[in-house]
Write a new protein. Sequence first.
Length: 414
Amino acid sequence: MRQWVASACAGFVRACVLVVVSMLVPAVWAAAVALTIWWGSPWAGIAPFIWAVIGTFALSRPVCRIFRALVAKWTGTAIPAGYRQAGPVTRMSTGYWWNGFSYSRSSRDARQDQRLRIRWRDPATWRDLRFTVLAPVTVGLLAAVPPAGVVAAVLGFSHPGLPARLIGVLGLAVAIASAPYAWRPVEPVAARFLRASPAMALADRVDELTAQRADTTIAQAAEIRRIERDLHDGAQARLVALGLSLATAEKLMETDPEQAKALLREARAGATTSLTELRELVQGINPPVLNERGLVDAVRALALDSPLEAAVHADAPLSLDPPIETAVYFGIAELLTNAVKHAHATRARISLARDETGLVVEVEDNGRGGAEVHSGGGLDGLRRRLAVFDGTFEITSPAGGPTRARMMVPCESL
C-alpha cells in the first residue's frame, strides 16, 4: 500500500510537470489569440501571430531538451539530441572569415551566420517542431488526466448535492488510479518522434565523419608545422652552431689548443641541449612513458609533474589501443593545464574506470569554474579528438567551481 501511494504521488507530480512543459507552446498561441480578440481587429492579430511563430521556434529546442532530460531521469532512456555542431571559423589570407557556408568580414558575423544556417538546415530543428506540435495532444493530453481528476474532485466536493459529490468521488478515483501510469507514454512518444530516423542518423554520421576527417587533416598539418618549426628553431640551429664550433676548433687545434678545447666543451654542451630538445619533441608527439608503462602509470607520472596536488584513482591497469591511449592522455593533460592556467586550482582528482560501455575518465578540480566549450576552443578540440573514436566529452563548471569533466570512449580492448 505504501509503495502504491508513493508511486501515485510521484506519478501525479510527473504528470503535472509534463502538462506544464507540453503546454508552453500552446500557451504562446493562446496568448496570441487572446490579444487578437482583445484588440478586436483581424489585422491587429498579425503582430501577435508573428510573435507566436517566433516563440514557437525559440521554445521548440528548449522544450525538447527538457523532455529528453525528463525521460533520461525518470526512465534511464537516453535520447540523443542529434544537433549539428558548428565547425571552426577560419580566417583566410584575404582577411575574410570562412564559416563553411559563406565569407564574412569578422569572426562574430561569421559565427552568427553559421549558427543561423545550421539551425535552419538541421533536421533536428524540424523534429523538435514536429514534437512540440504532437506533444500537447499525446503526452500532454494523457498526463492531464490526473490533474483533471483532482480538479473535478475539488469542484465536486465544494458543491452540495449528491450528483456533485459523485462527480467528486469519480474524479478522485480517476486521479488516483491514473497517476502512476499517466506519465509513462512520454518515453515511447519521445523516443519515436525525437530520435533521428535511420536515414537522418546515417546522414548525420556521414557529416560527422567528414568534419572529423577535416579536423584530422588540419590537426596533422598543424602538428607537422609545429614539428618543423621546433626542429628549425631549436635542434637544427644548435646542430648548425655545433658544426661551426667543431670546424673552428679544428682550425685552432694546432695554433691555440686552449681555445679549441673551450670550443669543444661548448660543442658538447650544445649537443647535450640538442639531444634534450629532441627528446622533448618526441615526447610531445608520443610520450615514451605511455608506451613503456601504459595509460594509468603515464597519467600518474603526469600528475606528479603537475603543479597541482593531483590524485589518480584507477580500477586496474587498462590495456587500450595506442591511438585511444594517446587521445585520453593528452586530454587529461589539457584539462590539468586549464585547471592551473585558467581556473587557478590547487587540487585535482583523476579517475579512470571501465564499465559496460568503455573507458570513463573523470577530472575534477577545485578551481574557480566558468569553463565552457566554445567553438574552435581547446575544449572543443578535445571533444572533436574524442569524437574520432565515437567518444564523448562533457563538462560541468559552475561559477565558483568545482569543475568536473567527463570523457567516455567506447572500446572493447579493456
